[in-house]
Ligand binder design. Structure first.
Ligand SMILES: CC(C)(COP(=O)(O)OP(=O)(O)OC[C@H]1O[C@@H](n2cnc3c(N)ncnc32)[C@H](O)[C@@H]1OP(=O)(O)O)[C@@H](O)C(=O)NCCC(=O)NCCS
Length: 441
């Protein structure tokens, strides 16, 4: 067999490792919000490369850019002062002129980055159609605590159908945070609010904010990989350790997941390849905010067959699991319970009842190697036991060649194949020499 060096082998493993995520995210909508610092910063170029790749992998991509530093610079150039109240810009008529021109320039710069195609770059030979439009209607924020915000606005409505129509055409939609009132007045909007409203209106799979921190940190300064909205709210209430960006982005993230966006990711804007690492590696690099805990146990449906095949086939190939054809999986899919992590199927188990003998077999218990030792195997087993009890079955047995100890430690004891239910006994594969374990429910 030809040999490859370690780096090549690692590369191949990495690309294969990304496959489940590529399958899971194709056709899903991601909304990425980033401030003007990113648009003007040194990472802008590589961010454009990564957005290009996400779009090429079939992700429906909406980008929302900010322009705060560009607006500040424009105000300064015209000898005007930046005015903020509670972190929100007060936009008078003169400031609005600066907002319009800074936003327009920033938008064109982002479009230019997304339109590169030089040879020897990741975007060589690609053409990414970037579109925009009058997708946002706005209303004035009005007067708060005696401060009139004038042309600072809030989102009134997102025309989601039009954005979706653009995404259906494989366009990348770039949104500038300006909105128009029915009276035709232009309002300056906060980038994070627009990104949140767009993600909610599109029922996006993911809302991503590129921010001035690696994500949320715990008291020891370590990255918190995932939080529920309630936990994030408690963190926000204490306000401890939150950077300027997180003060703005975290409330939006919490609201978005509570209103139906599946996940919100907070990723370091300075990390090269942050988007790719977050979405195509098991560990990720930022903080994920979700309404419910990230792992979800549920019964399988026929839509899971392809993902189940890729989960179990390596374990079938090395003999850990009995080989099942795709057709059999399709027929027996309702016997399966699966566990998914952030929408990717990472574990499964099946229950085969033998009602005459008040018994059932637990089969095809498997957890993706990267997700092992996190208690998922235990959770799957408990769920299968519960399903068996609901069917008033009294004994759960399992056939295994390599996982005897795992079952023993979970209350199973070894019996001979002759104690199996009749039907199963007849099918018992002597060559496999599986051990038989049973547990009384
Ligand atoms: C068995 C399996 C499902 C466990 O999944 P998991 O999510 O890692 O399970 P849990 O996190 O609940 O339990 C992990 C514990 O089991 C132990 N364990 C894992 N495989 C084991 C085995 N073959 N024998 C004994 N113990 C084992 C781990 O060491 C760990 O214990 P520790 O943290 O004290 O070291 C997983 O290892 C797997 O998919 N294996 C390949 C398929 C298989 O063998 N299926 C059973 C045949 S029906």
């Amino acid at each position: 067999m030809p040999r490859v060096d370690d780096a090549t082998a690692q590369f191949v493993a990495w690309v294969r490792g990304a496959a489940p995520y590529i399958h899971a995210f194709r056709g899903r909508t991601f909304v990425v919000g980033f401030g003007g610092e990113v648009a003007a910063g040194e990472r802008a170029q590589s961010l454009a490369y990564d957005c290009n790749l996400l779009a090429a992998l079939g992700i429906r991509l909406v980008l929302v850019h900010g322009a705060r530093p560009q607006i500040d610079a424009e105000l300064a150039r015209r000898g005007l002062e930046s005015r903020f109240h509670h972190g929100l810009r007060v936009t008078d008529a003169e400031a609005l002129e600066c907002v319009k021109s800074a936003m327009a320039v920033t938008r064109f710069e982002v479009e230019a980055l997304l339109s590169q195609g030089l040879p020897n770059t990741p975007m060589a030979g690609s053409y990414m159609r970037v579109t925009g439009g009058n997708f946002i209607t706005a209303r004035p924020v009005g007067v708060m605590e005696g401060v009139d915000y004038q042309y600072t606005g809030a989102v009134r409505k997102i025309i989601a159908d039009e954005i979706n129509a653009d995404l259906d055409q494989q366009n990348v939609v770039l949104i500038t945070p300006l909105g128009v009132s029915p009276a035709g007045e232009i309002f300056n909007l906060a980038m994070e609010e627009v990104a949140e409203a767009v993600a909610v209106a599109l029922k996006a799979e993911k809302l991503i904010y590129l921010c001035d921190a690696p994500g949320l940190l715990d008291e020891a300064g370590l990255l918190i990989e995932s939080v529920t909205a309630d936990e994030a709210q408690r963190k926000l209430d204490t306000g401890e350790g939150l950077t300027e960006d997180l003060h703005f982005f975290l409330p939006s993230a919490i609201r978005a997941v509570r209103k139906g966006v599946a996940r919100c990711h907070l990723i370091d804007r300075d990390l090269d390849g942050g988007l790719l690492l977050e979405f195509f590696t098991h560990a990720g690099v930022g903080t994920v905010v979700s309404r419910d805990p990230l792992f979800r146990l549920r019964e399988a449906s026929v839509d899971d067959v392809a993902a189940l095949v890729s989960l179990i086939s390596p374990m079938e190939a090395d003999g850990t699991l009995v080989r099942r054809g795709r057709e059999l999986l399709e027929q027996e899919i309702e016997r399966f319970t699966v566990v998914e992590h952030d929408g990717v199927l990472v574990g499964c188990a099946a229950l085969y009842p033998f009602s005459e003998e008040n018994a059932a077999e637990l089969a095809c218990l498997a957890v993706m190697p990267e997700y092992r030792r996190a208690g998922l195997g235990d959770q799957l087993l408990r769920r299968i036991e519960r399903r068996a009890r609901l069917q008033r079955l009294e004994r759960l047995f399992v056939l295994t060649t390599r996982t005897a100890h795992w079952f023993r430690e979970r209350g199973f004891s070894e019996i001979g194949p002759e104690a199996l239910p009749r039907q199963k006994r007849e099918l018992y594969n002597l060559q496999r020499r599986s051990k038989v374990f049973v547990k009384t429910l």
